[in-house]
Design a protein around this ligand. Structure first.
Ligand code: NAG
Ligand code: NAG
Length: 284
């Protein structure tokens, strides 16, 4: 038997529940289901029933989108095809970033150049960044779509390109290294920046610069506060034990790609960091 008081309490608890666990593997989701335009709406075009979005940068504007919600854990994926021609000083991005004033962020930034792209990554935790690692591509990222993925659970953050893990950031808060504590939104942008080109100017005769994005479903724990009971739940597949560490095959692929394609690693930059940052000792 439910009394009116029970209903009142249920309503009260429903009000307290500020998170919704959300696992949506529908990669065919239209853009509007989980995302919204953040800027440059007249520089965004939609294809394939809004399951593909093209961001444009020209001399008048760039463009960008973001997820409507924040997420407290997840396995975020985006298929991206980068702009071709001379993309000097152009940056396309796919990243997750905290929604509060405590800055957590995990980045893929694709730095353009003349016929080449550099894959730039960074991890910010509790306002601390400066953890750049850069890779050259082992394929032409302007020729086809490739999948860029960010795994984030309580144990590790892993950046993947297709099935290849190329960067791992472990939760070693016990050693005093920050780990993201805030819900993060998923974002994609195209813009241009000085730091991406050693001072070389944008080649506007190659404009418009167009980056294409697909897969607007989100496998994430939708949350307004990172509630560990919800977002660290083993019921969410990316929290399962198989996602706590790289397996033997992934480890092999990880070592191989880093041996061959790692171009810059803050962990090895003794001029910048005379003492090896503690996370570098466990993150391979
Ligand atoms: C980091 O790992 C510890 C266990 O070692 C866990 O208690 C904590 O919740 C994790 N932190 C985050 C922010 O996921
Ligand atoms: C600028 O872009 C145009 C068009 O793609 C190209 O033909 C030209 O070689 C580029 N200029 C330079 C300096 O690379």
């Amino acid at each position: 038997m439910s009394s009116p008081m029970d209903y009142c309490l249920m309503g009260f608890f429903a009000f307290l529940v500020v998170f919704v666990v959300h696992a949506n593997a529908a990669w065919g989701a239209p853009f509007e289901q989980n995302y919204m335009v953040e800027y440059g709406s007249d520089h965004i075009q939609y294809f394939e029933g809004h399951t593909q979005v093209q961001l444009t940068l020209d001399q008048t504007s760039g463009s960008g989108f973001g997820s409507k919600a924040g997420y407290g854990s997840g396995f975020f994926q985006m298929r991206i095809k980068l702009p071709d021609k001379d993309t000097t000083r152009i940056i396309a991005t796919f990243y997750i970033i905290s929604v509060t004033s405590i800055h957590d962020e995990i980045d893929f930034e694709f730095l353009g150049g003349n016929e080449i792209f550099l894959l730039h990554t960074n991890v910010f935790t509790n306002g601390v960044g400066g953890r750049e690692q850069q890779f050259s591509f082992w394929f032409d990222p302007t020729a086809d779509f490739h999948t860029y993925k960010i795994l984030w659970n309580e144990h590790q953050i892993v950046l993947f390109v297709d099935e290849t893990p190329l960067r791992v950031f472990k939760n070693i808060t016990d050693s005093g290294v920050g780990y993201p504590t805030q819900p993060m939104r998923v974002e994609g942008t195209i813009w241009s920046a000085d730091w991406a080109s050693n001072g070389k100017p944008v080649n506007w005769s190659s404009a418009p610069f167009q980056a294409n994005y697909q897969w607007f479903g989100i496998d994430g724990c939708q949350a307004q506060t990172l509630n560990p009971q919800q977002c660290h739940s083993p019921d969410l597949f990316w929290n399962g034990q198989k996602f706590w560490d790289l397996d033997a095959n992934q480890r092999k692929a990880y070592e191989n790609v880093r041996n061959k394609f790692l171009k810059y690693d803050y962990c090895l930059d003794r001029a910048r960091y005379p003492n090896v940052p503690p996370e570098c000792q466990v993150n391979g």
